[in-house]
Ligand binder design. Sequence first.
Ligand SMILES: [Zn+2]
Length: 249
Amino acid sequence: MYVVSTVTFRVGDFGSYETYTKKILGVLFFNMTVCSSCFSAIVSYNNGDFQKVSDVICDAVLDIRYYSSNNFTGKKIRGYNAPVPYLTKKALNALVVAANDLRQQGYRLLIWDAYRPQKAVDHFVEWINDPKDPGDKSFYPNIEKSNLISGGYIAPKSGHSRGSTIDLTIVKKDGSSVDMGGTFDLFDKRSNRNYERLTEAQKNNRKILENAMIKVGFIGADSEWWHYTYKDEDYKNTYFDFDIGYDLK
Ligand SMILES: [Zn+2]
């Protein structure tokens, strides 16, 4: 008797070994097909529908944090082989319009992250589950590391892996910073989009970014003022896992 998944076979049912192998593979393929149509799928290849944001929005400032150690883990993150942001072409087309709008108001985009491979999200979760590694506490000054998942700051699946989510802010034309009342990946209530205890200037700066993004079809996360997802995203249930930093098709 041979057991594959929940299906049980006897070699005698299929005759030769070759026939047996084909039929087993056929069953496995069938199972995979059923799974991916019923549940979210993890896809390990780029399907040619992604584009580098910086190829289209040429004045964007890039500070791809997970390519560096300047993030909450204190280490470069798996799957980031180059400091470049990718988005699906559909989301990027909308972002171009927002960037034009902001440019006319005297601002450029500063991008911290965009497409994020599933393996990078797995790296975050591994870090969470290692109590001996504090990472960089300055990113979570008022919460225990063990509460970062229950607090909603880190999840085993991220919308970023679907390719239509971006973390960004605005800077002035000369590249100087704009005060948003906090920075990227500050896991704190201060990062809530509508946090009350900000100055009027900080609230207004967050609104300038938000207005430009909402106008073109992005929606912002309540808990992270820098996080936007394109509402009409192409891949609502597909979590890509190809590395950042190889040539796109
Ligand atoms: Zn984000």
